[in-house]
Ligand binder design. Structure first.
Ligand code: PEP
Length: 253
């Protein structure tokens, strides 16, 4: 079975003390993580090392929230894939809608970031998803398909095998509005079909497709229970240990 993943996106939140307390509280929760499951904590850059040092199981890993599109050099304020690799970070979110919106990251820039990640053995968690006006015009399938093609379709079969995608409808992020589990399933099936058309069914079936957008303990089981939903990328609810632990417990085994 492909990996079932609960990924926390802390965004730009928490003091170091709060971050360490959240990890302690999370580790004190009563949940187990099966072999086919992975928990990721995408924390702000300054917390990567301290949080990593605090974690006591390989089923929980720390992830970056972004990486530079270039290799090391004169790019003030950026953090490269090489640097993350140097501190043993194995995952990075790439293309979150907040990066696309506030930092103007295009599909082409994201393709470069994906390449940098692969060069330094970092597994991307590639985000895609449509804004409200696209959903209202019912053109979300085409919109997401273009995001996938322009950022990912240069990848080799080996790179696409086991790849991680997060479908996050922008209208559902941080708004309290969640896509229904049927809406999530419909888009996830579409994403898998788009990948299958280029890479074949076997590789498409190996890709973990996470849902993101106001996932909470109260709706996770319904959404994660759908056949093409392989877990979630969780913002607000991941800042509460009990909520995130309950969400982890709803991953398929
Ligand atoms: C996110 O940050 O990726 C996200 C889905 O946020 P939230 O769960 O708060 O909607």
């Amino acid at each position: 079975m492909r990996k079932q993943i609960a990924a926390a996106n802390w965004k730009m939140n928490l003091s170091l003390t709060q971050a360490e307390k959240l990890v302690t509280d999370l580790q004190n929760q009563n949940f187990s993580i099966a072999e086919n499951q992975q928990v990721l904590l995408a924390v702000p850059f300054p917390y990567l090392i301290p949080v990593k040092q605090q974690i006591n199981t390989s089923h929980v890993e720390v992830a970056a929230q972004n990486i530079a599109s270039t290799t090391n050099g004169a790019f003030t304020g950026e953090t490269s894939a090489e640097m993350l690799n140097g501190i043993s970070i194995n995952y990075a979110i790439i293309g979150h809608s907040e990066r696309r919106l506030y930092y103007f990251e295009s599909n082409e820039t994201l393709a470069q970031k994906i390449n940098r990640a692969f060069e330094f053995n970092i597994k991307p968690i590639f985000c895609c998803g449509e804004p409200l006006e696209i959903r209202e015009a019912n053109t979300q399938n085409d919109f997401v398909e273009i995001q996938l093609k322009e950022s990912l379709f240069h990848l080799s079969e080996a790179q696409m095998k086991g790849f991680i995608i997060a479908y996050e409808p922008i209208w559902a992020i941080g708004t309290g509005k969640t896509a229904s589990s049927d809406q999530a399933q419909e888009m996830h099936a579409h994403i898998r079909q788009v990948i299958a058309q280029k890479y074949g069914a076997e590789i498409a079936n190996s890709v973990s497709i996470l849902y993101g957008g106001s996932v909470k303990a109260s709706n996770a089981a319904d959404i994660f229970g759908k056949p093409d939903v392989d877990g979630g990328l969780v913002g607000g609810a991941s800042l509460v240990a009990t909520e995130f632990a309950a969400i982890i417990s709803t991953l398929k085994k």
